[in-house]
Design a protein around this ligand. Structure first.
Ligand SMILES: [Zn+2]
Ligand SMILES: [Zn+2]
Length: 208
């Protein structure tokens, strides 16, 4: 019961906050994209034959070519008490993987569709306790053939080379980060931008 009351009052606070922000927002030309309102909706339908994954959300496809993604917790601490994470075979903390992002504007997204973004990217696990979850979180750094940072626009977000793939695991509502980044984005221009997407990692569907 206690939890429910806390939940309800938290929701009330949020609604108030949102209402206030929306009001301020009409005077704010730097409004952020609210994907859940303006992007393709789940009931938009699709003309595909249903033979492969079909989603209204952008699709991120990562191919490591069989390499292990570094950054697993080894459960060994270094002499300063910091956790030691696994590294790639060549000793780097990242591996290079191929990434493609399917983000059709007028149709649902399918793994075999033409990608809006295709690049090499460095990748490793990110987070702290989340490194123990079944659903990994990943840090990406887009690079060119020379290993230099490559800034690319992703899902309508301005061009950057560094991206985080945050897979909600403990947050069963799946909206916490999305909501807070969007709310803080209306207060502070430098708050990270955020989009929902689905992930396929080495041929395996990994969810939202
Ligand atoms: Zn489809
Ligand atoms: Zn551990």
């Amino acid at each position: 019961m206690k939890y429910r009351i806390i939940g309800i009052s938290a929701a009330a606070v949020l609604m108030v906050l949102t209402a206030v922000l929306l009001k301020l927002d009409s005077a704010n030309p730097k409004n952020r994209i609210h994907q859940h309102l303006t992007a393709r909706q789940p009931d938009a339908g699709c003309d595909c034959d249903g033979s492969e994954l079909c989603t209204h959300l952008p699709l991120v496809i990562i191919d490591t070519e069989g390499q292990e993604i570094p950054g697993e917790d080894t459960h060994i601490d270094d002499k300063y008490g910091e956790a030691i994470y696994t590294v790639a075979e060549d000793g780097r903390s990242v591996i290079d993987a191929n990434i493609s992002i399917i983000d059709n504007q007028d149709r649902n997204n399918h793994p075999s569709d033409t990608a809006a973004v295709e690049t090499i990217s460095e990748i490793r696990l990110r987070g702290h306790s989340s490194r123990h979850f079944d659903k990994g979180q990943y840090l990406l750094n887009f690079v060119d053939e020379n290993g230099d940072g490559r800034q690319l626009e992703v899902m309508g977000m301005s061009a950057h080379s560094d991206w985080a793939l945050y897979g909600p695991y403990l947050d069963k509502s799946l909206v916490r980060n999305y909501m807070w980044y969007n709310i803080s984005g209306e207060l502070m221009e430098w708050a990270p931008n955020v989009r929902y997407c689905e992930l396929i990692l080495d041929g395996e569907y990994r969810g939202l």
